[in-house]
Design a protein around this ligand. Structure first.
Ligand code: AMP
Length: 512
């Protein structure tokens, strides 16, 4: 289980050299430097090096389709990208990009001093730009500033008080902002940071081994993965674990109850926040004792104000549902190159002069005890296994596929309550699911490609002629798009298939 290790001194020296190299390349405040590589120690060296140089980092998942990478490189106006020998191929076509391979190009850095840089970084300088799904067809870059991120990290440390005795797991893809605290919290408090292997975050048994092998005390889960993880745990497993932080989608009562059964005396917190406000803006510590009446997203973090507003941006009374809006230092600068959208979603705070609020599109209400309850979304943004997806972005890509005359994509729950993407199409020719999926994969990440398809003669319309999303039929199990089916061959395969059927709510008849 032992892999490569880096001390804090080595980490600091290597990122100082990289920071100096980047300065030499001309980067300065608000320069956007791409970073495109798999999860590794180099990833942290790269991110710290970029931050030390005063520039901001833009994560690029090397598994993203070329079209998406091209869009991000162009939109962010990148000139430099840090990469690795195994990931840089996806960047080869951009002749004018300067690409540094962090695992092999060390010679380029070695002449630079390992001393700390004396670059003055201001709270209003950009720290990172993370791309998230955009409803109009392209992803949008959210510009986050140092002041917000530092506030979020300091709040976390004042709340959980980690020491050098703690160990944190880094398992979230760096394309999602949870990775920002996973990566940088340890740097602020000297805790050990343990990197999960690249695909390890999806594997509950691997994570159990990782936690037990490294005495992990602190780990994050999106609730759906927490459910899978808890399903593989026995009481007494992972004894080093002290706190589990959840965020990214609604935490369910079932998760909380199962957690309490499997982990006695481990703290469970539900954090809430969008990419547009430096990771999380509220938190709720799940009471370990007593019966719970519901799950909450808690109260605002330090230097943050939360408002529940009506359509006219007025405050709604306690208990009444409205749009959750965020004010304070963590609110992002806005969307890169999207002035109109920024003006729509980031508005002047009507309750505090000089402040701005971000309108989240989330519906919520204040509870009598001062906590906030999350209710859902007011638009077509969904979360599937923690991935934020604008259904409009998938529909846009689908409408560009030859032969598709009309389309719609929904997130539908299966029998076990798991959300899945379902693509509805009116097509000029007989539906070829594999073709559609291949077409979508050329511009969308895998998690945005529907696996279930329904072909319709025409789309249902409301009385005023608009697409009637509510009348779209439930998919038949035969609409499931699968690769060629191979039946279980051994007893173990039979057992595994039964577990997955149970978990995914698929009927056995499909497989027999
Ligand atoms: P992202 O920008 O990927 O962090 O996604 C932000 C969105 O995820 C929020 O606007 C919510 O819709 C949802 N979300 C994040 N945390 C929670 C939570 N604890 N409970 C319910 N929804 C959440």
């Amino acid at each position: 289980m032992m892999g490569e290790e880096l001390s804090y001194r080595e980490l600091n020296e290597r990122s100082n050299q990289l920071g100096r190299y980047l300065r030499d390349q001309g980067v300065q405040a608000d320069t956007l430097v791409g970073i495109c590589l798999e999860r590794s120690l180099e990833m942290l060296v790269g991110i710290l090096g970029i931050l030390k140089s005063g520039a901001a980092y833009v994560p690029i998942d090397p598994d993203y389709p070329q079209d998406r990478i091209s869009y991000m490189v162009g939109d962010a106006g990148m000139k430099q990208v840090l990469s690795s020998s195994s990931s840089h191929k996806v960047l080869e076509q951009y002749g004018d990009l300067s690409v540094v391979l962090l695992d092999t190009d060390l010679g380029r850095m070695s002449n630079y001093s390992t001393e700390n840089l004396s670059v003055a970084v201001r709270p209003s300088d950009l720290a990172y730009v993370i791309y998230t799904s955009g409803s109009t067809g392209n992803p949008k870059g959210v510009m986050n500033e140092h002041g917000g991120v530092v506030n979020r990290l300091l709040w976390t440390q004042s709340e959980y008080r980690l020491t050098a005795e703690d160990s944190i797991v880094q398992k979230t893809s760096f394309s999602f902002d949870v990775s920002v605290w996973e990566l940088l919290w340890s740097v602020t408090c000297g805790a050990k940071l343990v990197f999960a292997k690249p695909e390890g975050h999806k594997d509950a048994l691997y994570l159990k081994e990782l936690i037990e092998g490294h005495n992990i005390t602190t780990i994050h889960f999106v609730p759906s993965m927490l459910g899978v993880f808890l399903g593989s745990m026995e009481l007494g497993d992972c004894p080093s674990l002290q706190r589990v932080l959840c965020s990214g989608e609604a935490l369910q009562m079932d998760h909380v109850n199962l957690f309490k059964e499997k982990f006695r005396n481990v703290r469970l917190d539900n954090l809430y926040g969008p990419t547009e406000a430096a990771i999380d803006v509220s938190s709720w510590e799940v009471p370990l004792e007593g019966d719970l009446s519901g799950v909450s997203i808690g109260k605002p973090v330090a230097n943050t104000r939360l408002y529940v507003l009506d359509e006219d941006n007025g405050l709604v009374p306690l208990g009444v549902t409205g749009e959750l809006c965020i004010g304070g230092i963590q609110v992002a600068r806005g969307y890169l190159n999207r002035e109109e959208l920024t003006a729509e979603r980031f508005i002047a705070n009507p309750f505090a002069a000089g402040d701005r609020i971000y309108k989240t599109g989330d519906l919520a209400r204040w509870l009598p005890d001062g906590n906030i309850e999350y209710i859902g979304r007011k638009d077509n943004q969904v979360k599937i296994r923690g991935y934020r997806i604008e259904l409009g972005e998938i529909e846009n890509a689908l409408s560009l596929v030859a032969g598709i005359s009309q389309c719609c994509v929904l997130a539908k729950e299966d029998a076990s309550g798991n959300k899945r993407l379902v693509g509805y199409v009116v097509s000029e020719e007989k539906l070829d699911k594999t073709y559609l999926q291949d077409q979508l994969k050329s511009s969308l990440p895998e998690y945005m490609v529907p696996m279930i398809w329904v072909e319709l003669d025409q789309m249902p319309l409301t009385s005023n002629g608009k697409l009637d999303r509510k009348s779209l039929p439930e998919p038949e199990s035969s609409d499931l798009s699968t690769k060629e089916y191979v039946a279980p061959r051994t007893e173990r395969e039979e057992q595994l298939a039964a577990i997955w059927q149970n978990l995914l709510g698929h009927r056995k008849s499909r497989y027999s």
